[in-house]
Design a protein around this ligand. Structure first.
Ligand code: AMP
Length: 289
């Protein structure tokens, strides 16, 4: 595996690869790799001739009171894990190299952003699309791999790619979970022992919600109300949101139909956990046939 830290070196490597016409699978991450990231890398490995992974804790996507400074980092361990997962190029740029002075053009997300995490994390998705636009231009991937765990991110990135004709296919990979159902996340290390024990309630509440929909419930507020009850009864965490939208448009619905996302965020003492499921809801008249 080739570890690259300089943009100029990456440009050279990608330039040579592009001349050979090889397909490039790209996995952008913020590092502190876990099974979720490695699953994206394996997917990229299975469907592309070259795999590029980036590790960059992007300051632009953290709010002033968020965890940029204490975001967990372990480049040595990440390098080992990336090698084992079949990554060919690991790109670890410096902040000063990715953001050289002030930006003369900025990117702002307008749709799919005033809901879920975007409602509270103002500017977060602007930071995400800014860094991804830079990385897509540098890596020139055939396909880029994103986890469904950050489903709003996938929806926003799909919007950017479609609006600005980025020649890349966006692949959404299902959420990888611990045995008890908790979605794997670099931030799980912030959980206290007690919080870690109750954290799987997020996924359990989502599964319960999906079952309700399967049983014929079509009113969003009934679904979210039940989830509130389950989570509140079982954790000390504070619910940030429980929301249901069409997916990937992220629009409100009076009755559930088509592809929908049910999503939850809970704030624990040191960690804010998110999770979601995306399901396909058949039209009502068909349902009862
Ligand atoms: P991050 O390092 O948190 O920015 O995540 C990098 C990529 O890994 C994003 O596309 C995430 O959605 C994805 N990812 C993070 N956790 C998981 C997980 N548990 N399952 C699948 N993908 C994940």
């Amino acid at each position: 595996m080739n570890v690259i830290t300089k943009i100029s070196d990456l440009r050279q490597s990608i330039g040579s690869l592009k001349k050979t016409g090889k397909t490039i699978g790209f996995v952008p991450t913020m590092g502190y790799l876990h099974e979720g990231h490695l699953t994206l890398a394996k997917e990229a490995r299975n469907h592309n001739e070259v795999v590029v992974m980036s590790i960059f804790v992007n300051p632009l996507q953290f709010g002033p009171n968020e965890d940029f400074d204490r975001y967990p980092r372990d480049v040595e361990r990440d390098t080992e894990l990336a090698t084992m997962s079949g990554v060919d190029i690991l790109f670890i740029p410096e902040v000063a190299d990715m953001y050289r002075g002030s930006q003369s053009v900025t990117m702002r997300v307008k749709e799919r952003v005033d809901v879920l995490c975007g409602r509270k994390r103002v500017g977060h998705f602007d930071g995400v699309v800014t860094v991804l636009a830079k990385l897509f231009h540098l890596v020139q991937p055939t396909r880029a791999y994103f986890g469904q765990k950050d489903a709003q991110q996938v929806a926003v990135v799909e919007g950017m790619v479609s609006d600005y004709f980025f020649p890349v296919e966006i692949i959404r990979v299902p959420t990888v979970r611990e045995e008890d159902g908790l979605a794997k996340s670099s931030r799980n290390v912030y959980l206290s022992q007690e919080e870690r024990q109750v954290a799987p309630i997020l996924y359990r509440s989502l599964k319960e919600a999906a079952k309700r929909v399967e049983d014929g419930e079509r009113t969003p507020s009934v679904i979210t109300g039940e989830m509130y009850r389950i989570i509140q009864e079982n954790t000390s965490g504070t619910i940030d949101y429980v929301e249901v939208y069409s997916y990937p448009e992220l629009e409100e619905m009076k009755r559930l139909e088509g592809d929908i996302i049910i999503a939850v965020a809970v704030q624990f003492q040191q960690a804010r956990l998110i999770d979601n499921i995306i399901i396909s809801v058949p039209p009502e008249e068909d349902y009862h046939v």
